[in-house]
Design a binder for this molecule. Structure first.
Ligand code: TRP
Length: 454
């Protein structure tokens, strides 16, 4: 693992923030909020991000500082020590990271498709007509196109990891971040000046609790895990980068704040455009982002450049998140099989994930008949992974955290000698992590199951 090679403290922040902010915030969050009726769900989500999410994020960061190992190895050590099969949690995390990376690659492939479409549009005589015609049809009709694009994405990520140029990529990416932020603000402002703003504000900020259903809690917790990159020991790796004098609870808090701001901005970007359309069903569709954005770019002077830049930034963010996932995979593989080299492990991980990518890529075509609970393969994959398995892995992580560190260790890593409040905060945090978060996770899973069989 690479430690200490990054000089400034700022860049560690950017790394952790970079892993958290990605397609989860900009693509997934808006349609999950749409699906669950807006304002009330948003409130629920924010509450959970700062309780369940933050408490587990801090635990992962602290675990990273305490040990030199990935989650697979930590769980194995705890198993040996306690003589109980805790290693299953490590395996579950590993399995989830493989499937999430496959799923993430397919969506990154969609971004790549839009990126190339905008590029082609630049060279078209009638740019406006071209942009306004950019949509998901080609993707929806061709599983092979989705698979090909996802493969390009994955191979590129594999190459970055295998060549050991991750740091260089991250440097480029973090330098581009200011551009992304400025671009994002301009787009949000433009979107906000559309006529639909007052309806959007009512939808997003006026909580109507009758819109929540039995699954909403699980949907919110699942998304908290996904967007903060929790449950898979990714943040364990980032925790190991921070210097000892860094107060990890504050790091976790800031990462959660930034991630939440980005997510809310994404809502303010997408919904004013989405509200221009009459069909309500469209809000809940995973294609929400892709369907609505081109309609904004048509309205902006030089929209094709904005579009190109936007999808380029989004794709780089996706590459960054995917690299993080792949690095964790490779590190775990190397922990387990000490004889394989870094290159071999990366090759193995890339090929393995590539195989699994077939399932979500062909979900709408080859596997279109395979519907369970009236949902397509890709929808079920998203739901099982994010709404059930990630929170279960989170529970495992909490257990491993408490078994691998004793109270003195935990306290020592949490409390900041200078901060007066950290003693009290420590007790709150342990309480939330030990009782509140597990209780809510179990409740969320139970309610979703009841909703399924109801
Ligand atoms: N958090 C990222 C996003 O919002 C996705 C992601 C990166 C992730 N690494 C992860 C999700 C690990 C779960 C686990 O786009």
């Amino acid at each position: 693992m690479r430690r200490g090679s990054w000089a400034s403290r700022f860049s560690f922040y950017l790394l952790a923030v970079g892993s958290a902010c990605g397609l989860g915030n900009i693509w997934r969050f808006p349609h999950v909020v749409g699906e669950n009726g807006g304002g009330a769900f948003l409130l629920l989500y924010i509450f959970l991000a700062f309780t369940v999410g933050l408490s587990i994020l801090v635990a992962e960061l602290i675990m990273g500082r305490s040990g030199e190992h990935g989650i697979l190895k930590i769980s194995r050590l705890v198993s040996v020590q306690q003589k109980k099969p805790f290693y299953w949690f490590g395996r579950l995390s590993l399995l989830i990271s493989v499937v999430i990376l496959a799923y993430y690659s397919v969506i990154s492939g969609w971004v790549l498709h839009y990126l190339t479409q905008f590029l082609v549009g630049l060279f078209n005589e009638d740019r406006l007509t071209y942009i306004s015609s950019i949509d998901m049809t080609a993707l929806k009709n061709s599983g092979s196109l989705q698979f090909a694009l996802a493969s390009v994405h994955l191979l590129l990520c594999g190459l970055v990891v295998a060549r050991g140029v991750v740091e260089r990529f991250e440097k480029i990416f973090t330098r581009m971040l200011p551009i992304l932020v400025i671009l994002f603000i301009i787009l949000v402002m433009r979107s906000f000046s559309l006529d639909t703003t007052s309806d959007v504000l009512r939808f997003l900020f006026y909580p109507d609790f009758s819109k929540l259903n039995l699954s909403s809690l699980g949907r919110a917790i699942g998304h908290v895990f996904f967007t903060l990159s929790l449950g898979m020991g990714i943040m364990v790796t980032y925790g190991s980068y921070f210097k000892d004098n860094e107060h990890l609870p504050s790091v976790g808090f800031r990462v959660t704040v930034i991630d939440t701001i980005v997510s809310i901005m994404a809502l303010l970007l997408i919904f004013p455009i989405a509200f221009l359309s009459e069909s309500n069903h469209y809000f809940t569709d995973p294609a929400l982002l892709f369907g609505s954005l081109p309609r904004l770019f048509v309205k902006i002077p030089y929209g094709e450049f904005f579009g190109l830049l936007f999808f380029l930034c989004l794709w780089l963010a996706a590459v960054n998140a995917s690299i993080g996932l792949m690095e964790a995979l490779v590190a775990n593989l190397k922990d387990k099989y000490s004889k394989v080299s870094r290159n071999q492990a990366t090759l193995l991980a890339t090929i393995g994930v590539l195989f699994i990518t077939i399932i979500p890529a062909y979900s709408g075509t080859l596997f279109s008949k395979l519907k369970v609970f009236n949902q397509s393969v890709i929808e079920n994959l998203d739901s099982v992974l994010i709404n059930y398995l990630l929170p279960i892995a989170g529970l495992g992580l909490i257990i491993i955290f408490f078994k691998s560190l004793n109270d003195t260790d935990r306290r020592g890593k949490f409390i900041d000698a200078k901060g007066k409040n950290s003693q009290a905060m420590y007790h709150h945090w342990v309480w939330v992590l030990k009782w509140f978060s597990p209780a809510l996770i179990i409740l969320a899973i139970a309610l979703q199951l009841i909703n399924l069989i109801k």
